[in-house]
Design a protein around this ligand. Structure first.
Ligand code: KG4
Ligand code: ZN
Length: 350
């Protein structure tokens, strides 16, 4: 039997630990969010996030191992998110992973969080199984901090085809949700509200959609929403909230799906994944699945538990890295940015 790895994810405000095999099988995955700690500030407070990770991570390691049925000695090693993310949060995961690896006499491997998201659609469990293998595919990664399209040519070669010039799609969702009084975190609440609204009720811009490239921009959309809302009373915003949310969501989904379709035409790749926290959005999922069916494209979108930050996706990538001998040493340090070599930018090393 292939030995699984224990994986730790603490790059932002979710503390997550998983035991995962190289084939993507998830033996156990336990996560704790921190929304209640950050809500009153309307966003993630880095110091609070790091302190919470510190309290939660070791108890999660213990319960995750017990749930998986493996002992520490049966593991192939420890995988940890080392970049990109909040430095203090990453530090907790990296120090914990290195200490466990040292104590258990196992190797440790550092994983890029975004590479984790790219492979989340290839996790397996009792209720989810991807439709195709992870050899080569096109990926739209949409989260709170990133919006990008990648062409994954092999496990070692991930080419960045285009990304946002300013805000990420998740950020655009969260900020609009805050403007219309949906609280924090806004993305899921906006999604729920949009389900009963009319997506054509308001006209929002679709920045860069007609441009012949794979770039995104969401800051203009946010400003246009601000202008539309500032001339309305709180009562009328409240009354029209579902229509506002549906129209705003439609604009973001148009941009994301439009560029993904363009990338698919450019590369001719018939296998597409959509991943990252925003891939939980019901409007985006429905539109991508519709397109895939119409144009006979194979699509994998992970279930909600693997869309948002989780250690299982880090475990899958980490297990493959350990098999390929990509072991970190005890000098391993976290970084807020991706490392050279994590991605290639259209032929140029990132
Ligand atoms: O990948 P993720 O969990 O964390 C980051 O790495 O950023 O993504 C979090 C983002 C947040 O902006 C959140 O509002 C958004 O994903 N999100 C959603 C939905 N669920 C989560 N956005 C729109 N609709 C959703 N259903
Ligand atoms: Zn993420």
């Amino acid at each position: 039997m292939i030995q699984p790895v224990l994986a730790i994810e603490t790059s932002c405000d979710d503390t997550s630990v998983a035991v995962v095999g190289e084939d993507g099988w998830v033996y156990s995955c336990v996560s704790v969010g921190q929304d209640q700690w950050h809500r009153e500030f309307g966003g993630v407070v880095p110091e609070i996030a790091a302190r919470n990770h510190l309290e939660k991570v070791l108890p999660l390691v213990e319960s995750c191992l017990v749930q998986s049925g493996f002992s520490s000695q049966e593991l192939a090693g420890v995988a940890v998110t080392a970049r990109p993310g909040l430095l203090g949060s990453l530090m907790v995961g990296v120090v914990t992973a290195k200490a466990l690896a040292l104590a258990w006499g196992k190797p440790v491997t550092d994983v890029n969080h975004l590479v984790g998201h790219l492979y989340a659609p290839f996790l397996h469990d009792d209720e989810y199984c991807p439709e195709f293998e992870s050899d080569d595919f096109l990926a739209l990664t949409v989260s709170g901090g990133h919006t990008a399209i990648y062409q994954v040519e092999s496990f070692e070669k991930r080419v960045l085809l285009g990304q946002t010039r300013d805000d990420a799609a998740g950020e655009a969702f969260d900020k609009f949700a805050k403007m219309v009084g949906l609280g924090y975190p806004g993305g899921p609440a906006l999604d729920r509200e949009a389900r009963t609204g009319n997506p054509s009720a308001f006209v929002f811009p679709r920045p860069l959609l007609d441009q012949d490239d794979l770039e995104f921009s969401f800051s203009g959309l946010k400003s246009s929403a601000h202008r539309l809302l500032e001339v309305r009373s709180p009562e009328s915003v409240q009354a029209e909230r579902a229509d506002l949310c549906a129209s705003y969501q439609e604009a973001i989904v148009d941009c994301l799906v439009g560029k993904l379709q363009r990338a698919q035409k450019m590369t001719g790749c018939p296998r597409v994944v959509v991943t990252g926290g925003v891939s939980a959005n019901s409007g985006l999922r429905a539109r991508v699945l519709d397109w895939a069916q119409r144009d006979s494209i194979q699509v994998a979108i992970p279930p909600l538990r693997y869309c948002t930050d989780n250690a299982a996706m880090i475990g899958l990538v980490g297990a493959r890295q350990i098999t390929r001998g990509r072991i970190a040493d005890q000098d391993l340090a976290p970084s807020p940015r991706s490392a050279p070599g994590d991605f290639v930018v259209r032929g140029v090393s990132a």
